[in-house]
Design a binder for this molecule. Structure first.
Ligand code: FDP
Ligand code: ZN
Length: 354
């Protein structure tokens, strides 16, 4: 993990509560820090449920219900959503947007911040004991109401982060001044600072994509991956390594640890024309964290943080990780000279069709 040496480092081992107290400035910042503390309390409970695995019940059991986006909900999706909602209801939070809710909920309309969450990311991995997580994004509340508070550029986030429930439970957090890593100390029950000023290495030889969708991809992504797969014999002149965990937080955590690039592009499958991942509570927080750590995030054409959602569960193509690689993938989308095979679609519109 690369550390940016120029930033002042908080003491390692510092409890999250002390870190937040030291960071809190004005009313909004204080409310954002209180929301992070509430999310951490929920995450500890979720971590315990995840850690108990099948002993705590059939976590991965289909509930027979689907969220507004059509994804089937497993038991732990609903438990995690309830725990996060319960914790945020006790924090100065005005509006709550969640992958598991059909509409934005009002908690305390006058409160200074609003929170969007993916309560349990990677829930298809619940029964396989693979790392899963909770992703969150904190915005200032706008007097105009719920939609104005969330339907705005991602660059206006006050704070963002994710909890990852893996062999250890960690929090990767940005309050807008760099990125810090906290690890749950099971003995004390506190999240403790483990690394300050995380930085995503600018270059990488590792990419992550669900290659089973190869035949559905549009030409720019297919050409980029073809070029990587040709390794030292191809146009890139070097060998690459591939990973796919199918758990967004776990992919992000690997990239924060050793660099790399993640792609979930739009493709030709019905329902995937705008990608799979959600703009508000998946792409925005990860893009915020990546940029705060010197990495990048794009939908192929546009920087994720300048996008403005128009729907709660809006999907987006998503590429994030090492800055140099993200820029290269964006270049494949705008420079036809880089794309070896031009299906008719690409002549009229880019890979990430809108
Ligand atoms: P999941 O549906 O299990 O919550 O958030 C969506 C997500 O997982 C990501 O965590 C993961 O990267 C992606 O879906 C995996 O999608 P595929 O199964 O299409 O590869
Ligand atoms: Zn998710």
């Amino acid at each position: 993990m690369v550390i940016l040496a120029s930033r002042p480092l908080a003491p390692l081992g510092q409890p999250l509560t002390a870190f937040l107290a030291a960071a809190a400035g004005g009313t909004r910042q204080q409310a954002a820090c209180a929301a992070v503390a509430a999310l951490a309390r929920a995450a500890m409970k979720i971590a315990r449920l995840v850690g108990d695995g099948p002993l705590a019940g059939a976590h991965g059991a289909e509930t027979g219900r689907a969220n507004a986006d059509g994804d089937s909900q497993v038991a732990l999706d609903l438990q995690a959503n309830a725990l996060v909602l319960e914790a945020l209801a006790e924090a100065p939070v005005a509006y709550f947007a969640s992958e598991e809710e059909n509409a934005i909920l009002t908690l305390a309309a006058e409160a200074p911040v609003s929170v969007a969450v993916d309560p349990l990311d990677g829930s298809s991995n619940v029964d396989t004991n693979v790392a899963i997580g909770t992703i969150f994004s904190i915005f200032p509340t706008e007097p105009a109401g719920a939609t104005a508070s969330f339907f705005r550029p991602g660059a206006e986030q006050l704070a963002a982060g994710y909890f990852i429930y893996g062999p250890h439970t960690a929090l990767v957090l940005s309050l807008g001044t760099g990125v810090a890593l906290f690890v749950l100390d099971r003995a004390s029950g506190d999240f403790r600072l483990a690394r300050s000023s995380l930085a995503v290495p600018a270059q990488t030889k590792e990419f992550a994509i669900n290659a089973s969708n190869y035949r559905h991809w549009f030409a720019p992504v297919r050409t980029f991956i073809d070029d990587c797969l040709e390794g030292a014999d191809g146009p890139r002149g070097k060998n690459f390594n591939m990973r796919w965990i199918a758990s967004l937080v776990a992919e992000a955590h690997r990239i924060f640890t050793r660099g790399g690039v993640f792609l979930y592009p739009a493709d030709r499958r019905p329902g995937y024309e705008k990608g799979r991942l959600r703009l508000l509570y998946e792409a925005f927080p990860l893009a915020f964290l990546m940029e705060q750590a010197g990495g990048g995030a794009t939908d192929g054409i546009e920087r994720i943080l300048t996008r403005v959602p128009t729907e709660l569960h809006q999907r987006t193509p998503l590429v994030f990780g090492s800055a140099e690689k993200v820029a290269r993938i964006a270049a494949y989308h705008v420079d036809p000279a880089l794309v070896r095979d031009h299906p008719p679609l690409f002549r009229n519109r880019s890979l990430f069709s809108t």
